[in-house]
Design a protein around this ligand. Sequence first.
Ligand SMILES: Cc1ncc(COP(=O)(O)O)c(C=O)c1O
Length: 428
Amino acid sequence: MDTTNMSLADFAHVADRDIMQRAALFREYREDFFNRRHLQYKRVALDGSAPVRRVIDPYTGEIREMIYLAGNDYLNLTQHPRVVAAGKEALEKYGAGAGSVPLLGGTLDIHIELEKKLARFKCCQSVIIYTSGFGSNAGTLLALLQKEDVAVLDMYVHASIIDGCQNTNVKFFRHNDMDSLEKTLKRVKDSYRTKLVAVDGVYSMDGDIAKLDEIVEMAKHYGAYVMVDEAHATGVIGKNGRGTPEHCNVEGKVDIVAGTLSKALGGVGGFIASNEDLVALLHFYSRSYMFSTAMTPQAAGSLIAALDVIETEPDIRARLWDNINYFRENLLALGFDLGNAETAIFPIIIGDGYKVREVCRYLHERNIYVNPVLFPAVPKRATRIRMSLMANHTKEQLDTVLNALEDADKLFGITERYKTKSVKKSLV
Ligand SMILES: Cc1ncc(COP(=O)(O)O)c(C=O)c1O
């Protein structure tokens, strides 16, 4: 199989193949990717999340020391001594697992402590925690929205939100475009029981920030509720790291604040912060909560400590922002198109899937760990390399990455493409 112009979309549905035949066909795709050294997914690390990691090279089996720009552990709290110690303590005290689902015997006092701490941090009445951010978004929307309702979604919202809208009607508006949102809200105004606008606070592939203040105001005007997914915003934006509502000055005004516990908080799980009644409804109707074993005590213990660190050690976030500003300035000076990125996520938009694969192969060989983002994850014209920063990346490490990107540009003509007529800048 020649995968030069192929993508995952080609195997999402294959009309004349049963499941095993489809899997076998997909193997041919993976093999061609591997033979071209383009298979950069699921590389195996030998140590924990950190700015430099020991990674097994999938092609040679050798161990590479790689500068790691592929995580969401923005503050590197996965390794913070207080976070690790609190997890160990909870493990010793409660054991390895919670033992049951939350409603039927699995709820521990440490879960309640985490929920209360999150509610305070997110300026909401109440919080429910889940074992994954995907499960909390999808499970919440599946429980809340029915056929009489409508979800009004930013077209770049996370997959967990889209998957959560399977029981309801969905209208998309153009990414972060307030005119498009208003048009959509006008169209759905009188036709549905509940109207819920759902956006990401910080977009995972673009690193830009939702205009949450405008969204909240507009939604209110049209009688809609607002849900914001704070996965990549918590711990990163807002004066105190409390996320997009703090950044946009609308704390306490967002109906449903969702988030993951797996990114800047360095653990695993998800949460929904809202009013007490809505959270209580979710306890009994959200299937990914009710029918799934409660969070491990170790995760809950570590997460309580991680929230403490965010509140008491603001210098870690300041170091992250110092890195963001430094990296951004230098990438722009080299002529790269970063779209509208303004947080710790850096897309370098290339707009040619095969070139993205080649550049990522080259960077892997230079011991730089980044991710290719290809169609259908993003539109073909906006395929990109995705990089993300940590507070403890050193300037020297960032310079090494910048030098490699400059060399990649010379070899593959990345910025050259922006000058051709068919590729406009800021394609996102
Ligand atoms: C915006 C966004 N929401 C939700 C999720 C799901 O979170 P989790 O990895 O905790 O399941 C992710 C990420 O991976 C994400 O990027």
